[in-house]
Design a protein around this ligand. Structure first.
Ligand code: MN
Length: 209
């Protein structure tokens, strides 16, 4: 079963004015679409890997043959990260509550301070990558960032960090350049208006089990 580009759970113009329509069309259809195509192409001659879930591939990249390991890491990571990203955005946004909000307050003192720490991690990522809120192996919340399409589920040896991501924000220029040009800080400031905290809360609950 080949990997497939998931449909967006909202219209491409639904996140305006924070994320513009053309960025959503190109980001989802072209960038994410290319990761899926390239992942399937990389796996074309490896029948035993084609039935594995994307999570199974990314959490055990050492089991992927070296000839296609970089392609699976980059394109499989891109597919996994973007699939998560679309689910974490929502027209009108929402707000964290309950145990998730308690955990954020406990780890970062306040929601505003958490956003500040997260945005600084996204700004500090030189070049392309992602900022993440993760549940670490110690079950505590932490903010980290990864390069390119790496994800904390790939493990420390590959991604430099490890844990279960519950919120990820794309800081590649392709995520914001058409509207924000070089102003990554403005993009990071705006994206909190369209975060789907229900999705973050569900991932938090699963990671804490
Ligand atoms: Mn992207």
């Amino acid at each position: 079963m080949a990997h497939q580009l998931p449909s967006l759970p909202y219209a491409t113009n639904a996140l305006e004015p924070y994320i513009d329509t053309m960025t959503m069309e190109i980001h989802h259809g072209k960038h994410h679409g290319a990761y899926v195509t390239n992942l399937n192409n990389a796996l074309a001659n490896y029948a035993d890997l084609q039935d594995k879930t994307i999570e199974a591939l990314l959490t055990a990249l050492h089991n992927v043959p070296e000839a296609i390991r970089t392609a699976v890491r980059n394109n499989g990571g891109g597919h996994y990260n973007h699939t998560m990203f679309w689910q974490q955005l929502k027209p009108g946004g929402s707000a964290p509550s309950g145990q998730l909000l308690d955990a954020i307050n406990s780890a970062f003192n306040s929601l505003d301070n958490f956003k500040d720490v997260f945005n600084k991690a996204g700004l500090a990522r030189f070049g392309s990558g992602w900022a993440w809120l993760i549940v670490g192996t110690d079950k505590k919340l932490a903010v980290v960032s990864t390069a390119n399409q790496d994800n904390p589920i790939m493990g420390k040896e590959i991604a430099g960090v490890e844990g279960t991501p519950i919120l990820g924000v794309d800081v590649w220029e392709h995520a914001y350049y058409l509207k924000y040009q070089n102003r990554r800080a403005d993009y990071l400031g705006a994206i909190w208006n369209v975060i789907n905290w229900d999705d973050v809360a569900a991932r938090f609950a699963a990671a804490m089990q």
